[in-house]
Write a protein that binds this ligand. Structure first.
Ligand code: HEM
Length: 498
């Protein structure tokens, strides 16, 4: 480990506005003193093929969703081609996605994946979830920020609007978070004492929904009993219908292939609930909407649909996955981690929880980073070549042609053994001390954890808010409880703090 750490080049280029993010040179991550530089690596033709028209994509689709599943799909092809860069197809595809081109170049190691952040050589127009784009009807016929390339002037306006919302929300972020955590934990405590176990997924989603709507849009869900009770479920449905063609659910096959992956779902199935959310934000989030109009030159419609997308897709979608994996990872640990976290939180955390107090919790921070490394909430990232360029993996250099779509699958990239020691293992201390240099290679936010989101890149606007919020939640839990036993869906025991 030390050898790897010593050889990591400090100051991996950040994704700040003007700087270009270039992938780490192989010598900087491999630990081998004599490793060749990118320029001396052999040029290799990209292995793999797209197969016969229709049949190749269909066979890859069935492997991806049915016979192998996404992780084995990519793993098996790395072994087959002896390369972390290769050609393949990714769904959705044949027969009803005729306008969607499934051909991609997979990039599955830390070094080749980092090309996705270099906005000089790749573009990100309409490829948030690949060549397939859910209908813009889901967002009021508006292409929201996440679908815009940095070359489109509207991207800068909307990204700055999103970052402004976050900045202003920081005044209430903590109080709203803590109030909603209190409500969630009270519910869980009652369920635990009455039923002996408490399913936490719905309470967690409810908590995240109310907190995010209040913090980001300034809208209090209690103003509408329907939104208060069912708002989160409305978002779940809206998200699911957009993403179903691209996500493996685990329903009995071939039902999943026939009904969930064969066509795009029309917006009208969720238009009622979405319009209710729209009207709610229009009324209760008035101040934020008006700021978007006066300070960022956006129309009312652009403000509201983008706000809903940021809250519903980016924030609520991301937190729903991240917080569940954070809770289940810590709650199922049997190595004494909880004791160490509890000690750190109570000894170093100060009298009350603040953004500042979290800085004194290096173990908690490292645990949050490690959970994001092993369970990146947004597993797939895409980018299209803006021009011809050469792409490097650790071993080879490949020619990429303008227009080709690159596809990175983060759960594998984050287990790159050239960078992460014992990559499959959950190591709570991994990012502590000298390990903090590995943050240059933690990519959950579509950029390195050491980078800065800006209008000139596509890194998550809330990169730091997400990790700090994760830390605050862990600290909150271990101030309230001595220990928690949790599975992927429920808490089976929680010992209250003595
Ligand atoms: C755990 C929670 C979150 C996760 C995992 C997450 C992850 C991501 C990822 C991976 C991207 C890049 C997508 C791509 O282009 O491939 C992204 C973009 C974005 N995220 Fe987050 N995000 C989270 C929370 C938030 C929150 C709370 C906000 C609130 C403002 C936010 C705002 C954005 C915006 C505006 C973009 C688009 C950036 C751009 O187009 O330049 N995200 N997020």
């Amino acid at each position: 480990m030390a050898r790897i750490m010593m050889s990591i080049t400090p100051g991996m280029p950040s994704s700040s506005s003007s700087s270009r993010v270039s992938p780490p040179p192989p010598s900087s991550v491999s630990g081998a003193q004599s490793a060749p530089s990118s320029t001396s690596l052999p040029i290799r033709t990209i292995p793999g093929s797209y197969g016969w028209p229709l049949l190749g994509p269909l066979s890859d689709r069935l492997d991806y969703f049915w016979f192998q599943g996404p992780e084995s799909f990519f793993k098996k092809r790395i072994e087959q081609h002896k390369s972390t860069v290769f050609r393949t197809n990714v769904p959705p595809t044949f027969p009803l996605f005729t306008g969607v081109n499934p051909n991609v170049v997979a990039v599955l190691d830390v070094k080749s994946f980092a090309h996705l952040f270099d906005m000089e050589i790749v573009e990100k127009k309409n490829i948030l979830v690949g060549d397939f784009m859910p209908s813009t009807q889901y967002t009021g016929n508006i292409r929201t920020c996440a679908y815009l390339d940095t070359s489109e002037p509207q991207h800068a306006k909307l990204k700055n609007f999103a970052m402004d919302i976050l900045k202003r929300s920081s005044k209430v972020w903590l109080t709203e978070l803590l109030a909603n955590l209190d409500t969630m934990c009270n519910t869980l405590d009652t369920d635990l004492s009455e039923k002996g176990s408490a399913g936490y997924l719905l309470p967690l989603q409810k908590c995240a929904f109310k907190f995010l709507v209040k913090a980001l849009a300034g809208a209090d869900t209690s103003a509408s009993s329907e939104i208060e009770e069912y708002g989160f479920a409305m978002l779940d449905k809206w998200l699911a219908l957009q993403l179903l063609p691209t996500v493996k659910i685990g329903v009995l096959q071939p039902l999943e292939e026939i009904f969930l992956h064969s066509f795009a779902y029309p917006f009208f199935l969720v238009s009622g609930p979405y319009n209710k959310l729209y009207e709610f934000i229009k009324k209760e989030g008035r101040e934020v909407v008006e700021r978007g109009m006066t300070e960022y030159g956006l129309t009312e419609d652009e403000c509201i649909h983008n706000l809903l997308f940021v809250i519903g897709f980016n924030a609520y979608g991301g937190f729903s996955i991240f917080l569940a994996s954070l809770l289940s990872t810590i709650g199922s640990d049997t190595t004494g981690l909880q004791e160490r976290i509890r000690k750190e939180v109570r000894e170093n955390g100060g009298p009350s929880l603040t953004f500042e107090s979290v800085k004194e919790l290096p173990l908690v921070q490292s645990v949050v980073y490690e959970v994001l490394r092993l369970n990146p909430p947004v597993p797939l990232q895409f980018a299209r070549a803006r021009k011809d360029f050469q792409l490097s993996s650790h071993e080879s250099v490949f020619d990429i042609k303008k227009g080709e779509l690159l596809c990175g699958y983060q759960p594998l990239v984050m287990k790159d053994a050239n960078v992460f020691n014992e990559p499959e293992t959950f190591k709570p201390d991994r990012f502590m001390g000298q390990g903090s240099e590995l943050l240059n290679y933690l990519y959950w936010s579509n950029g390195p954890q050491t980078g800065s989101p800006s209008e000139s890149n596509k890194q998550c606007a809330a990169k730091d808010y997400v990790t700090i919020t994760g830390c605050l939640i862990v600290a909150y839990l271990f101030r309230r409880y001595d220990s928690i036993t949790a599975s992927a869906t429920s808490i089976t025991a929680a010992v209250k703090a003595k």
